[in-house]
Design a protein around this ligand. Sequence first.
Ligand code: ASP
Length: 582
Amino acid sequence: MYRDHNNSELNILSLNKKVTLSGWVQKIRDKGFIIWVDLRDRYGITQLVFDSERTSKEIMEQARELGREFVIQVEGQVLERESKNENIATGEIEVLVEKLTVLNASETPPFTIEDKTDGGEDLRMKYRYLDIRRNPVKNKLIFRSKVSMAVRNYLSQQDFVEVETPYLIKSTPEGARDFVVPSRMNAGQFYALPQSPQTFKQLLMVGGLDKYFQIVKCFRDEDLRADRQPEFTQIDCEMTFVEQEDILNTFEGLTKHLLKEINGVEVQEFPRMTYDEAMKTYGNDKPDIRFGMKFGELNAVAQHKEFKVFNEAELVVGISIPGAASYSRKEIDKLIDWVKRPQVGAKGMVYVKYNEDGSLKSSVDKFYDEADLKAWVDKTNAKPSDLICILSGDANATRAQLSALRMEMGNRLGLRKPNEFAPLWVIDFPLLEWDEDTKRYHAMHHPFTSPKVGQIPLLATDPGAVKANAYDLVLNGNEIGGGSIRIHDQKTQALMFDYLGFTKEEAEAQFGFLMKAFTYGAPPHGGIAFGLDRLVAILGGQESIRDFIAFPKNNSGRDIMIDAPAPIDEEQLKELDLKLRS
Ligand code: ASP
C-alpha cells in the first residue's frame, strides 16, 4: 500500500497516528539538525519532519539526498506542530518520519512548481505535465471536470441521450477550413475532421432519438486569433418537435443550473435582444451588458454644420465614458492613438468633455455650438464629468471600432467584474451575410438554418434582409452558445444550397446524404452548441481558455510538448499515395 491518507487529510484529530504517505517533494528546509520537507499530492501538502534527536542517522542522511520533485513514500507519526500554518488543512500537524523510500528521483525541474512560478509560458507549455502539478493549473482542470459533470447530470435528467458521432467524416460547413485525413484504404481520398457534428445530430433526429447531446471535440483550421484553439470542445445538443422558444427555455435552464451549481449564483430570466438592436446599441452581436456606455447615434444632430468628416460619414456614433471628462489632453491623445491602432482602425476621434460644472468643451468647437453639444449629451446619455467619444465613417466598421473602445474602457474602469454574470439571448440573426471577398452571400450560421416563417420569398428580392430562426447565448461579452431551428424538408434545403451558390452537383456530392434523409419523414428539429472551453473559463472567472485545457496548442497551432505537427516519413507518404509539393 503506497498510502493510507492523502496529503490534505491529516489534522489535529489524527495526533499520534502512525501513517503512510506518498507524494512529491515540493520544498526542503535543511537546518542541519532538523529538516522539514513539504510533501505534495493532488489534494494538498503535509509537512514532514526529520529531527536528528528523534530520527535515525541513516534516515537523516537519506533525507539529505532528496531533491525537489522526488517521489517518495514515508511512514511516520502525526505530531502537533510548534508553529502552525492556518492556511492549509494540515497546518496544525507534521509527520515525524520513521521510514523513507524514494519511489523515483527527479531531475531538477525547469521552473518552480509552486502557485507562483518563475517559469515563462513557453517553458511551462513544453513541460505541461509539471505545470499541471501546480495548483492554478490543476484546479482549473478539476473545475472543468465539475462543469462537464453538471452538464451531463442536467441533460440526462431532461432525457437527453449522449451519443458519439464519428470524427472521420466529410466536410461540415461551419465557416472554417477543414482538417483533412488521407485514407490509406481509399487512395487519393480524404476524410475531413468535423468542424462540428452538425449533420450527424440532425440525422439522429431523423433517427427518432428526440433529444441528443454530446461533449465533443470539434476541429477548425483557422488562423488562431488570440485565445482560440484548432481543436476545441462543444456541448452539442439537438431536439425534435421544438420551436425556438423551446430551445431557449431548455438551455436557459441548463445555464441557470450551471451558474447555481458551480458559482452559487441565481440569475433571473435571461433578457433577449434582437441582432439588429445589439448592433445598434453595442456595435456588437455579443454585447457585455454588465455595464452601460450604450451607443448614441448622432447623424441627425451632427450632420447639419460645416464639419465634412461627419457630413460624409454613413454613421456618426458616440458613447459617454463615465468620469473621463477629467482626462488631461495627454490622456485623451493616448485614447485617440488607441482607436487609431491598426487593430481598431478608426481614422480619428472627436470628443466632448462634459465637465462637472455642466460646461461643455469639444474638439470640434469650431463647428458646433453649445446647443449642438447638448443634443449629443442627450443622445449618448452623458452625465456631468463624462467624456463623450465619437467615431464616424462606414456604419459597420465604425460600430466595430466604437465597440472595441467600449470594451477597452469597460476593462480599464473595472466594469467587467469576473464574478458578476450577465447572460443574454441574441435572437433574430440575419440568415445570410455578404462576403466582400467572394462577392456572395454566405450562411451567417450554417446552411441548415431555417429562415423565419414566410421570409423565403424575400430571398429572391432582398436576401440580406431575411432573418433566421437563429440565436446566440452571450455571457459577459462572450458568445458561449449558438444554434438554430433547422430546415427539415428537402425542397427548402435544396433551395438554400442554391442561394448559397452550390451547384446541384456540388450540393448532392457534399450533402446528398442529408437531403436524402429529409425525404424519409424528417421531423421538425433544432439545437444549439456551447463552447465548453470558453464557458468553463467564464464560470471560472477567467478570460483565457488555455489553462482550462490539459494540453493546449500555441498560437501557431503547435503542441510544443510533443512537438506536433511533424513531418512523416517517405514510407508513410507512399502508403497514403501522397507526394509533397515542396
Ligand atoms: N453546429 C453549430 C456550431 O457549431 C451549432 C448548432 O447550430 O447547433 O456552431
